[in-house]
Design a binder for this molecule. Structure first.
Ligand code: B12
Ligand code: SF4
Length: 457
């Protein structure tokens, strides 16, 4: 949406597609996109394999079209990109040079242009956003006018910050800092509160909504910013909202800023109740289980839900750790989302798993959006993954925890759970976690979309 805003300013014709099936997309390339010279893909690590398949089809049928990849995967792993399938990658920020690259047909020259790179052997720049106030307001029309599903969702997403100063070993923030020590020097960027609130006001005037979802990694991390932002938000917006933060931030009196706001759901990653894994292997910011639990309780007393994120199948994790995480959720009545660890290439945890020979045989694909099999080998990991398949039940009904744990010893049960229970779990977990922000009828539409992505994965 931000890149689109730049292209609108430069009067460069463009469009966006959410690709649900490759054939229809290829058909569109023959018809409405026949005159487009350049095709660009956003690529997280999870998207790469799928994009390669599409790209092969495009190469066969439209060899003249230029294909460029941008986003976290080509930025972190440029050397793994197949330059037979892709003409260019964008390393880091796509806003500064794209209008010139497209408008002046620089792409046709097949030469590196700033951070638009076609040859890793030749010099190129690494470029990252350094001031969010100078970036254009995202062009939401691009999606909302084309996809009624998104327009009618009843919730609007905003992102007012980039970066995070913490060191979590599975996160791109840490990897960006290690890989780009000079160019990714600004650890945390925020849009000014006034600009942020005006963006919300303008968006809601055009696309009214019942609630807001903030995509920021940690909305409350900058305390002065959060105080000022929430003050303006209460005065000028006031809608119920969801945001993410970390437990170490909501300490002391500062928690009142959150409690006294219209927040409905706070997303907080516990990741694991095993403090050794959390601090030494994941290198999470500091919080104890007791602090986390007390925080969830305080939020709940004020009618605020906690969406507690956890990761299973972590290095050295045991079945008992999985059990404890479920007992913790039951005790504190947190709505629990558990994901299975996917160690993305380019992150510290990937190197840790590789160096300690932990990967299951043939671990190469980094899954799709949803992952229900462990990346780490061993029967214990498979059993932990089976327990993950029942999160929607085990996080609410504690007497089932030892039963599922015990049954997970049988291979047939693990396979049955993976095939038949994992899809229900995806719907169940997300339903618990989002309920309260969406009306039920919208949840059903969201559920269908979620299920479709899971089936594809
Ligand atoms: C909002 C968000 C989401 C939203 C929207 C996703 C989206 N595609 O926009 C939702 C909730 C749907 C989502 C889902 C997921 N997300 Co997410 N998400 C984010 C988040 C918080 C912000 C993304 C963002 O808008 N950034 C702001 C813009 C300005 O930055 P940017 O995306 O990097 O884009 C810039 C450049 O990369 C470049 N660029 C990007 N695309 C392109 C394309 C072209 C052609 C060009 C030229 C340039 C270019 O230009 C942009 C402007 O400078 C990031 C974390 C973060 N803070 O960045 C995680 C993040 C992208 N998500 C992540 C993950 C893992 C996921 C999921 C796989 C999670 C899951 N298991 O379900 C899914 C699927 C991701 C997908 N396929 O999109 C990881 C990706 C890690 C990796 N190494 O690939 C991130 C980095 C979080 C993390 N901590 O590691 N996510
Ligand atoms: S706290 Fe969240 S955003 Fe920050 S480094 Fe850790 S995982 Fe990444």
């Amino acid at each position: 949406m931000m890149i689109s805003a730049v292209l609108v300013q430069a009067e460069i014709v463009h469009d966006v597609e959410i690709i649900e099936d490759n054939e229809s997309f290829i058909k569109k390339l023959h018809e409405e996109y026949a005159s487009y010279d350049v095709l660009g893909f956003y690529c997280a690590n999870t998207d790469y394999d799928r994009i390669c398949i599409i790209s092969k089809l495009i190469r066969q049928q439209f060899p003249e079209k230029i294909i460029i990849l941008g986003g976290p995967n080509p930025t972190l792993n440029p050397e793994t990109v197949d330059f037979e399938l892709f003409d260019f990658i964008c390393v880091g920020d796509g806003l500064v040079h794209i209008a010139q690259w497209l408008g002046e047909h620089r792409f046709a020259k097949k030469e590196n242009f700033h951070n638009f790179v076609c040859n890793l052997e030749q010099p190129y720049e690494e470029l990252f956003i350094t001031n969010l106030d100078e970036t254009p307001e995202p062009n939401r029309e691009l999606y909302y006018d084309k996809y009624p599903f998104l327009k009618n969702m009843g919730v609007r997403r905003f992102l007012f910050s980039i970066g995070c100063p913490y060191l979590c070993t599975y996160c791109h923030n840490n990897s960006f800092r290690t890989r780009f020590p000079d160019s990714y020097s600004v650890k945390l960027l925020f849009k000014s509160p006034e600009k942020a609130i005006s963006e919300i006001e303008r968006t809601l005037a055009k696309y009214p909504s019942e609630s807001i979802s903030f995509s920021d990694d940690n909305l409350a991390i900058n305390k002065p910013w959060f105080r000022e932002f929430i003050k303006l938000y209460k005065e000028r917006v006031g809608l119920p909202f969801l945001c993410s933060t970390t437990a170490n931030v909501l300490r002391g009196k500062f928690i009142n800023e959150m409690l006294d706001s219209p927040v409905k759901i706070v997303g907080m990653a516990m990741e694991t109740t095993n403090e050794h894994i959390r601090t030494k292997i994941l290198k999470r910011p500091p919080y104890t289980n007791e602090e986390f639990g007390a925080l969830v309780d305080r939020l709940r007393e004020r009618g605020i839900k906690t969406r507690m994120m956890n990761i299973f199948c972590l290095p050295t994790q045991t079945l008992e750790d999985a059990e404890n995480a479920f007992y913790f959720a039951n005790k504190h009545k947190a709505d629990m989302i558990v994901n299975i660890l996917v160690p993305y290439k380019g992150t510290e945890i990937f190197d840790y798993c590789r160096d300690n020979d932990l990967f299951v045989d043939g671990y190469e694909k980094e899954s799709d959006i949803y992952c229900a099999r462990p990346a780490i080998k061993g029967v214990e990991m498979e059993r932990i993954a089976t327990m993950q398949n029942y999160t929607f039940l085990l996080s609410k009904i504690s007497f089932l925890i030892p039963i599922v744990k015990s049954m997970s010893r049988w291979r047939w049960f693990r396979e049955f759970s993976f095939r038949f229970v994992a899809p229900v779990n995806i719907l169940g977990m997300n339903a618990w976690a989002w309920l309260g922000l969406f009306p039920l009828r919208k949840m059903i539409v969201l559920g269908i979309k979620t299920y479709t992505s899971f089936k594809r994965s």
